[in-house]
Ligand binder design. Structure first.
Ligand code: SAM
Length: 367
């Protein structure tokens, strides 16, 4: 580990930052000037700094794996805003400090991290942003406080895993601690099974950001209103789970592609629109709707899918490269894309769905 306060380390970082993708000759020259280890470390920092989506990333410190695990600032800042401004929040698993930084912008923080290198980088990263809060090289399970946050590592041997028994710290032990706080949040993966996520109790949120379901969040503690919800980072709306929508067998005048977090939280019934095929399918209705939770389309045509007929139909509608979507069927869309592309310009949208084991398609244009 190198001390970024030392002049020679700063100079190595500066030189590496000038050209994060050097030729073998330039790498050799850097090694001769600073020694192989410092040159390699400085180049790694330069590459991470280029990738990192943070303000002042060019002054921050990372390890490649910790950067991959770091929360995107959009999500970190939204989540930090859920804790009361000015109250002390303990980040039990701070890594290089992406969440910690967002929490620090809101009020005092203390970070826990088992890995001394990551802890040192989190401390440095806080300082870069003007914060003097403490980062402890210690087990987050020993943390105490009214407001707690944890983002357990979901990796084993460098590979991602969905098995909570392989997470560190164990989410069951984290949950026990959070339940005793006023408010405790734990970030998990939305790909984890419902039964596993529901086992922790409390409030389960599926988080939508940039059109994707990015996180499952468990909230526990005495201030928590339990339930299952979809939350939308950009618009700030929260929708409670409300069961499956009623089924429809053909598309009506409009088709709506629900946000993945809405579907994941079982909240797509909130629009009172019927669903095509599977419960997580496209919604359809006779009236146009605009909502941050929906991608909305006008239906130009709706029919059983048959390749030859649909090629002809697409040609009638100007050809080009169609945008293909499916909810329900398991079609090879990459293969179909080749078959249904008729020219190089942009094409219409085609949504595939399945009713009574028959594949149908709707030809769409965005509203
Ligand atoms: C997913 S990363 C956290 C990333 C962080 N939220 C961020 O946005 O930068 C999980 C971190 O928890 C640390 N960790 C694992 N077990 C821990 C424990 N018992 N106490 C403290 N830190 C722990 C790992 O070393 C890893 O850096």
């Amino acid at each position: 580990m190198f001390d970024p306060q030392e002049a020679v380390v700063q100079e190595a970082l500066r030189r590496a930052g000038e050209n994060p993708r050097p030729s073998p000759k330039q790498v050799q020259r850097l090694g001769e000037t600073f020694g192989v280890d410092l040159a390699r470390w400085a180049l790694q920092q330069a590459i991470c700094r280029e990738r990192a989506p943070f303000d002042l990333a060019d002054q921050m410190l990372f390890t490649p794996e910790a950067l991959e695990q770091a929360t995107h600032p959009l999500l970190a800042e939204w989540r930090a805003s859920r804790f009361p401004a000015g109250a002390l929040v303990t980040d039990m698993t701070c890594g290089i400090g992406a969440d910690l930084l967002a929490l620090a912008k809101r009020g005092p923080v203390v970070g826990y991290e088992l890995d001394p290198e990551r802890a040192a980088y989190a401390r440095h990263n806080l300082r870069v942003h003007g914060f003097a809060d403490e980062v402890r090289v210690a087990d987050g399970l020993l943390a105490e406080g009214e407001y707690l946050y944890a983002d357990p590592a979901r990796r084993t041997g460098g590979q991602r895993t969905l098995d909570p028994d392989l997470f560190t710290p164990h989410p069951g032990e984290v949950a026990d601690l959070l339940a005793r706080a006023k408010l405790g949040g734990m970030k998990l993966s939305p790909l984890m099974a419902d039964e596993t996520l529901e086992e922790f109790g409390g409030r389960l949120e599926f988080v939508s950001a940039q059109g994707e379901c990015r996180e499952a969040l468990i909230w526990l503690g005495t201030e928590v209103e339990p339930g299952r919800f979809a939350v939308h980072v950009e618009c700030g709306e929260t929708v409670a789970a409300c069961g499956s929508p009623a089924p429809a067998s053909v598309a009506a005048a409009y088709l709506f592609d629900p946000d993945p977090a809405l579907v994941r939280s079982h909240a797509s019934g909130c629009f009172n629109l019927p669903v095509l095929g599977v419960p997580w399918g496209f919604l359809t209705g006779e009236v146009p709707l605009h909502s941050p939770w929906l991608k909305s389309y006008r239906v130009l045509h709706d029919a059983p899918f048959e390749t030859k007929r649909w090629r002809a139909l697409l040609r009638e509608h100007g050809g080009g490269q169609p945008v293909l979507k499916q909810r329900g069927p398991k079609l090879d869309l990459a293969k179909l894309q080749k078959v249904l592309t008729l020219g190089s310009g942009p094409g219409k949208v085609v949504a595939f769905y399945e009713v009574q084991r028959k594949i149908r398609a709707a030809l769409l244009e965005p509203l």
